[in-house]
Design a binder for this molecule. Structure first.
Ligand SMILES: C[S@@+](CC[C@H](N)C(=O)[O-])C[C@H]1O[C@@H](n2cnc3c(N)ncnc32)[C@H](O)[C@@H]1O
Length: 512
């Protein structure tokens, strides 16, 4: 074997040969994405090597790159004399590679005066680790390092049942790996995991967050900035974060680092901030927020000074009631409104500050009929709302969209119809008793379209979905400020572009 070969390099080579020989579809189904070497080394360097005996868990070991990177990092320090690795890998072909790279590591470490013992456990981690724990067979670990598989599993999947305490709604297997790994850590033990960032917010992971963060105190987070074109091979990393957290830790500060991609990992910009800014508790939930710059922290400070919100202003947000596949007999592409039809608005009809309706030229326009019948059935099923001043907000955005929040006012009389149909990919904000004023509808839309609120939203939310719950929880400036912004927009003779909105919102907020 080549003398320059190190354990992690060997493991990465084994991963490449596995990738070359296996079918991408199967790999995807089993969550087999392997950690690139620089990321594995970066993660291993986040761990601590202060004990003489280091007990390591590598759940979903793959070809062992993370374990091997830990071995290399330990060899750079002088303290660790013995490393004990337990690694779970349920794919037999990968387990073979894993044994190979760990056998090589054992020899490589022995040459450096460190003993390595390892168990390659060829079992499902989620199903076997709790049993070991309950039977007192699992000795707690000092370090859990992981790049767990990511895929959704059914609620009745035995793994979801085994880890039900972390599950609400449709579980993603990676969160079960994180939760169980946290459970088998010793007090003050460290976890270094690379995962999607979706657990940071949203109702599906609420139970997970509450349980996980009751055990684990985050100390360091690394974010990969999205720069699609610049690093295609890192594509899968873009929605991912690296979390270093300590069991029963008590750090009051936390470091966040940000790098555009893999190559710049060690030149990442980083800054420290109070842990309470990142783990943010509301009355019933806990949100793990990820400000990516000093500017983001300022945005949190500005927005959270506001004490207003939809509920406080007597406003409601609801989801558009028309679910097209349940209303195929009701929606149609007529070219005009008459007594029997009403406008049907889709997400694609709503742009920043502007509604384009009817639009028969959008993508897949045949599938997005612009009218809905106003017959006894639509009325009975409450599919239509009365024409009034409201704010429409898209519920989804595409990853490549520069904004998550896209809103437009819909003013009474604008569509020349008494009833309006709103498709299910839209949220609408309205006043249940009475009606939003025109300036309020315009001001609220402008605020939602501003980079201030868009950025605030993104700091807490890595998903492309915009849920009504999150908008309800969003702080808003005083109603006079909303009104003032709306008055200015109303008097404009054009639809304001983003930059104009940003300046207008910023100036009004600052001077209030
Ligand atoms: C995302 S890969 C990461 C592999 C490796 N840790 C790395 O960083 O390159 C996840 C690994 O977990 C394995 N795996 C998937 N489900 C598992 C389960 N329930 N128990 C144990 N291993 C599992 C997959 O075969 C895959 O090798």
């Amino acid at each position: 074997m080549h003398s320059n070969l190190t354990p992690a390099k060997l493991s990465e080579q084994l991963a490449s040969s596995f990738v070359d020989k296996s079918c991408p579809k199967n790999r995807k189904a089993r969550g087999q994405f392997f950690t690139p070497l620089p990321v594995a080394r970066f993660m291993a360097d986040l761990a601590e090597y202060r004990k003489r005996i280091l007990r390591v868990l590598d759940a979903g070991g793959g070809t062992g790159t993370l374990s091997c990177a830990v071995c290399e990092a330990a060899a750079k320090r002088k303290t660790v004399k013995r490393i004990e690795i337990d690694t779970y890998e349920d794919s037999p072909s990968l387990a073979r590679f894993l044994r190979h790279s760990l056998a090589f590591s054992k020899q490589w470490l022995a040459e450096r005066g460190i003993e390595l013992t390892y168990n390659v456990i060829e079992k499902d981690f989620i199903l076997s680790v709790p049993q070991g724990l309950w039977a007192n067979q699992v000795v707690p670990y000092d370090l859990a390092i992981g790049n767990p598989p990511y895929f959704k599993i059914g609620k009745d999947d035995p793994r979801a049942v085994a880890a039900a305490r972390f599950v609400h709604g449709q579980p993603n297997i990676y969160a079960l790996f994180m939760g169980l790994a946290a459970e088998v850590l010793s007090d003050k033990g460290l976890m270094v995991f690379i995962t999607p960032r979706s657990y940071a917010s949203g109702p599906y992971f609420e139970l997970f967050r509450n349980r996980f963060f009751a055990m684990m105190q985050p100390e360091r987070v690394h974010l990969f900035e999205s720069r699609m074109d610049a690093f295609k091979k890192d594509e899968v990393l873009q929605e991912n974060i690296i979390l270093k957290a300590r069991k029963a830790g008590n750090a009051s500060r936390l470091r966040i680092s940000v790098s555009p991609g893999i190559d710049s990992l060690n030149r990442a910009a980083s800054y420290d901030l109070s842990a309470s800014k990142v783990l943010y508790s509301t009355a019933k939930d806990m949100v793990f927020r990820l400000p990516a710059s000093q500017r983001d922290i300022e945005i949190i400070d500005i927005v959270e000074q506001w004490t207003g919100g939809l509920h406080r202003y007597g406003l409601q947000i609801s989801t558009g009631p028309v679910v097209p596949f349940r209303a195929t007999d009701l929606i149609l592409n007529d070219k005009h409104v008459n007594n029997d039809t009403a406008p049907l608005l889709w997400m694609q009809n709503v742009h920043s500050m502007k509604i384009e309706w009817p639009n028969f030229n959008m993508k897949n326009s045949r599938k997005k009929p612009q009218f809905i019948k106003t017959n006894e059935k639509t009325l009975r099923k409450r599919l239509l709302i009365a024409d009034q001043n409201i704010v429409l907000l898209r519920r989804f955005s595409a990853k490549e969209d520069s904004r998550r929040l896209i809103a437009a006012p819909l003013l009474r009389g604008q569509l020349d119809a008494k009833l309006i149909g709103l498709e299910n990919h839209l949220n609408y904000i309205y006043r249940p008793t009475g009606e939003l004023t025109k300036p309020q509808a315009m001001g609220l839309s402008a605020l939602l379209n501003s980079s201030l609120l868009d950025r605030y939203f993104r700091i807490s939310n890595g998903n492309t979905q915009v849920s009504a719950t999150e908008i309800r929880a969003m702080p808003l400036p005083p109603l006079q400020v909303i009104d003032q912004v709306g008055q200015i927009v109303w008097q404009l003779d054009h639809i304001p572009e983003r930059e104009e909105i940003d300046n207008l919102v910023w100036d009004t907020v600052q001077s209030s």
